[in-house]
Design a protein around this ligand. Structure first.
Ligand SMILES: [Zn+2]
Length: 239
C-alpha cells in the first residue's frame, strides 16, 4: 500500500475529483486499483413516489414488500458454486479469489440498484430487523449470499442523504400476527417455516406469510395500532 500524490492545475474547470484528499493503491484478485478518498456531499435521490412501505427480508424471496411485491433472490452464489468448489478443490487460489470478488461485486451492484429504487419510490421505509448472526448459524451460505446487512446499510444511508425516514422494526411476532385482526394465530417456530400461506383462525383472513409480515412491520414502524390503521397508513394495498 502506498500514498498517491498528483499535481493539479488550479486553472482547470471544476471536476468531481476536486475534493479528493488522498488515495491508495490496492490489490484485488482481478488487478490493481487506485482508490481515491473524496470529500463531497452525497447527492439526494430524486423522488418518484411518496407513502410508506414495509420490507420483510427473506431467503425464498430476497425481499417481500407490504404492497405484495416479491423481489426474487438472484442466488449469485448458487450459479457460481460449482466453479467455486472446483477451484477450491484444485487449490487454485487465484481463480477462487477472482470468483469470490465477482460474487461480492454482483451482490453490491444489485443491492445499490434495489436500495435506490426503494428509496426513490417511498417517503418512509420500515425494515424488519432480524438477528443476522443467529440466522447465519441456522441457514449458513444463504445469509451471506443474500447480503441483507449490506442492503440495510445502503437503505439507511440513502434515506438519510435523501431526507427519507428509515425505521428498523424488531421482527418479533411479525410472522404469526394476523395483519387484519392482530391475533397470534400464524405459523411460528421451525415447524412453521414451511407454511407459506395460512388462514387466520380468528377472523378467517387468508394470508401470504411474507406479505403479512411486511404489513405488520409497516404498521409497527409507523406506530399504527390495529384500530387506527385504516385511517392513517397510506400505501397499504387492502385499504
Ligand atoms: Zn385475523
Amino acid at each position: 500500500m502506498c500514498q498517491v500524490s498528483v499535481l493539479c492545475d488550479s486553472t482547470s474547470k471544476p471536476s468531481p475529483l476536486d475534493g479528493w484528499k488522498s488515495g491508495r493503491i490496492v490489490k484485488r484478485a482481478s488487478g490493481w486499483y487506485l482508490c481515491l478518498c473524496i470529500d463531497t456531499q452525497p447527492q439526494s435521490i430524486p423522488v418518484d413516489g411518496t407513502g410508506a412501505i414495509g420490507i420483510d427480508p427473506g431467503f425464498l424471496h430476497l425481499l417481500t414488500l407490504s404492497t405484495g411485491e416479491k423481489i426474487p433472490h438472484p442466488h449469485e452464489l448458487r450459479t457460481t458454486a460449482h466453479r467455486l468448489a472446483q477451484a477450491q478443490r484444485g487449490t487454485r487460489r487465484h481463480l477462487t479469489a477472482r470468483l469470490q470478488e465477482r460474487l461480492a461485486n454482483q451482490r453490491k451492484d444489485r443491492n445499490h440498484k434495489l436500495s435506490r429504487r426503494l428509496v426513490a419510490g417511498h417517503q418512509t421505509l420500515a425494515w424488519s430487523k432480524d438477528n443476522d448472526k443467529a440466522l447465519a448459524r441456522m441457514f449458513g451460505k444463504s445469509v451471506a449470499s443474500a447480503g441483507h446487512a449490506q442492503l440495510r446499510g445502503m437503505l439507511a444511508y440513502k434515506c438519510t442523504a435523501s431526507g427519507r425516514q428509515f425505521l428498523e422494526v424488531p421482527s418479533k411476532n411479525s410472522t404469526k400476527t394476523c395483519a387484519a385482526c392482530g391475533s397470534l394465530s400464524g405459523p411460528t417456530g421451525y415447524a412453521g417455516l414451511s407454511v407459506r400461506q395460512w388462514t387466520c383462525a380468528d377472523c378467517g383472513s387468508a394470508h401470504d406469510r411474507d406479505v403479512n409480515a411486511a404489513m405488520n412491520t409497516l404498521m409497527a414502524g409507523v406506530g399504527i395500532t390495529l384500530e387506527h390503521r385504516r385511517k392513517a397508513v397510506p400505501g397499504i394495498p387492502w385499504l
